[in-house]
Design a protein around this ligand. Structure first.
Ligand SMILES: Nc1ncnc2c1ncn2[C@@H]1O[C@H](COP(=O)(O)OP(=O)(O)OP(=O)(O)O)[C@@H](O)[C@H]1O
Ligand SMILES: [Mg+2]
Length: 607
């Protein structure tokens, strides 16, 4: 999902309300900043007043009696201003970091609690961008923009009050141009915003094109698609280039125009005020004061107008971050279950009952989306310690069955019972601490081999790690690596072969000693020696546990207590290898097509 999917043109109030509640967590510091910023603005207002005094007293009247006070007042104000600016930057830096940390932590907690299915449907690149750049941008804009606004408002109100108390007509010459500045700002800013929005849209298309281009680089080479990709990319970049230039040109015209309009107001002040000064009605100091005020009065408007595009981007970021934070979790425990067994991040393992390993599907129905029913009235009983092999064509529902047992998804109808109790009556944590799942393409975390095995049981000792590694016959190759068990596996296990990765993932599952094991056998063919090792390791892994295996290897299938042939979400045949062959049905055909070649290969290898 990229930026253009969230094109917001209008101000979204409910979004800001929700965002506001997240920001108000840090209200103490925020209020402090507001206070400090008002002082900064008030000092900005006071300096021209002080200068008016200097001009009128020291220059016009040539009276130096109060020079000492003037110097002291100036020094004090400079010190206070320096200190408040320091306070403001320090405090706001903190707010930015607090907000950043807080939002990241919330996201991480949410992501850890989020169910398996979320990751089936959400692109990981999307999530990473949300928790990095979007949260960064949000924190920055909120920490600094709000105080800018407070500073601007205080400054403008302060200036108006002082002006009004001195000379109403002169005040009029200053504010008379506000409507003009308003119209110009509106004209330019809407156009600048529109262009920036298109730039961002192009930018995300470029990012997408980049990542496609890099991820698909090998395919591009094979198919000779370089020119096509480049042309498309070129189209995006030149369009982005045009729009950026247009936005920059508009921005660069906007500033001088506002300055020009401001000088109209200064001209009016000079014309009228100059006459008053010559007529002796007004002092030169007062005229200077108004001119200084006219110069600073429109600064906040310009500054806030210039950051409107940032605010708009922040709204888009807020929308995406909130879509992550507020996304419903599909599979959750009920409050009663949480009460007894704790949550995922704060479990109460002392209340976990031991899991024996009986699995029962009772009239289970299931769909990913209601339009496509995958299972309907599915029934199955697996006794503790049995190994069940699931075979069937692609898309028949094998992985779906394992996902349901793992409670990555829950039945939409019927029940799944574990040890004769509906598994929803006990916690996800309880189930997962007793369940070992080995996926087709196992993921290893960056870190050492020992660390990766230890993920199966965090309190495991070194001896235990070596013991399981030996059991799955991984010890030998681990010892041959540069640092043995302390060797780094690389990102995602990239420094290991796929067979080695599988052995490590077996060791990781084995060390937890789960009562139920789910194995989605890898189809990738590996060299004979590793293949042989993996077969032996699987045997060790499945021994004395309830095992559900999505089987592709003939040997795993033959060793299973029962084979289920799945077709369109139903068990069409079941029994042992021998029984099923005698049926001469689906399994028989499958066997003849798919497995005879495997068998031949094995025979050849033995010769
Ligand atoms: N996350 C999902 N969202 C929607 N539909 C899905 C999802 N996962 C699987 N399906 C659909 O459910 C059906 C069963 O898929 P499943 O992955 O269980 O098949 P399988 O038997 O494991 O196939 P394979 O042997 O290719 O792994 C298929 O029609 C598939 O398109
Ligand atoms: Mg599958």
């Amino acid at each position: 999902m990229y930026e253009e999917d969230f094109q917001i043109e209008k101000v979204n109030l409910s979004l800001w309300k929700r965002m506001w509640s997240l920001i108000m967590v840090h209200r103490k510091k925020l209020y402090k900043s507001f206070f400090v910023m008002s002082i900064v603005a008030l000092i900005d207002v006071l300096f021209p007043v002080l200068n008016r005094w200097a001009i009128d007293t020291f220059i016009r009247e040539q009276n130096y009696d109060t020079l000492g006070y003037f110097i002291v007042a100036n020094v004090i104000m400079i010190i206070v201003q320096a200190y408040t600016v320091y306070l403001f930057i320090y405090n706001n830096g903190q707010i930015e970091m607090d907000l950043n940390t807080d939002l990241r932590q919330r996201s991480m907690v949410k992501l850890q609690n989020q169910s398996f299915s979320y990751y089936d449907t959400t692109n990981s690149g999307w999530i990473v961008t949300r928790v990095t750049s979007d949260i960064g941008r949000l924190s920055e804009v909120f920490a600094w923009w709000l105080v800018d606004v407070i500073w601007g408002l205080t400054l403008m109100v302060g200036v108006i009050i002082v002006m009004a108390s001195i000379n109403l007509k002169m005040l009029l010459w200053t504010i008379i141009i506000i409507p003009l500045i308003g119209i110009v700002s509106w004209y330019f800013q809407t156009r600048i915003l529109k262009n920036w929005r298109e730039v961002r849209k192009k930018n995300s298309q470029i990012t997408a094109a980049f990542s496609e281009g890099i991820m698909g680089a090998k395919t591009t080479k094979i198919m000779g698609l370089e020119i096509l990709h480049f042309k498309q990319f070129d189209k995006f970049t030149s369009s982005m280039h045009r729009k950026s230039i247009k936005a920059s040109v508009l921005s660069s015209i906007y500033g001088p125009i506002v300055t020009f309009i401001t000088s109209i107001s200064i001209a009016l002040l000079l014309a009228d005020g100059g006459n008053q000064v010559l007529g002796g009605v007004m002092s030169a100091g007062t005229l200077m004061l108004f001119i200084s005020y006219a110069n600073i009065f429109f600064q906040p408007i310009r500054q806030i107008a210039a950051t409107l595009s940032e605010l708009q981007m922040a709204q888009a970021s807020a929308e995406r971050v909130l879509s992550l934070l507020d996304k419903d979790i599909q599979v959750v425990d009920t409050p009663e279950v949480i009460e007894k067994y704790g949550t995922i991040l704060e479990p109460k393992p002392e209340n976990y009952e031991p899991l024996i390993g009986k699995i029962e599907f009772n009239k289970v129905g299931f769909y990913y989306n209601p339009a496509e029913i995958i299972l309907d009235d599915f029934n199955l009983v697996v006794e503790p310690g049995q190994t069940i092999a699931l075979v069937g064509e692609t898309g028949s529902g094998k992985s779906t069955l394992t996902n349901l047992i793992s409670r990555f998804y829950e039945p939409t109808k019927g029940q799944i019972l574990i040890d004769d109790i509906d598994y929803k009556e006990r916690s996800l944590g309880w189930l997962h601490s007793n369940l070992g799942v080995v996926l087709q393409a196992p993921h290893l975390f960056s870190g050492t081999i020992a660390e990766n095995i230890r993920f199966g049981k965090l309190e495991a000792t070194e001896d235990e790690i070596i013991k399981v590694a030996k059991m799955v016959d991984a010890h030998e190759f681990i010892m041959q690596m540069d640092k043995g068990y302390e060797s780094e596996v690389g990102e995602g296990g990239s420094r290991l072969s796929s067979g080695q990765k599988q052995l490590i993932s077996f060791a990781r599952a084995l060390i937890a000693d789960p009562s139920i094991i789910i194995l989605d056998e890898a189809t990738a063919s590996i060299d004979t020696q590793t293949e042989h090792r993996i077969l032996k390791a699987i045997e060790v892994l499945l021994k004395d546990r309830t095992a559900i295996v999505v089987a592709h290897r003939l040997s795993t299938i033959v060793n299973a207590n029962r084979i289920l042939v799945i077709d369109k979400g139903q068990i069409v045949e079941q029994g042992t290898h021998q029984q099923l062959l005698e049926l001469e049905g689906t399994y028989f055909n499958l066997y003849n097509n798919q497995f005879t070649r495997q068998q031949e290969n094995q025979l050849l290898r033995r010769l």
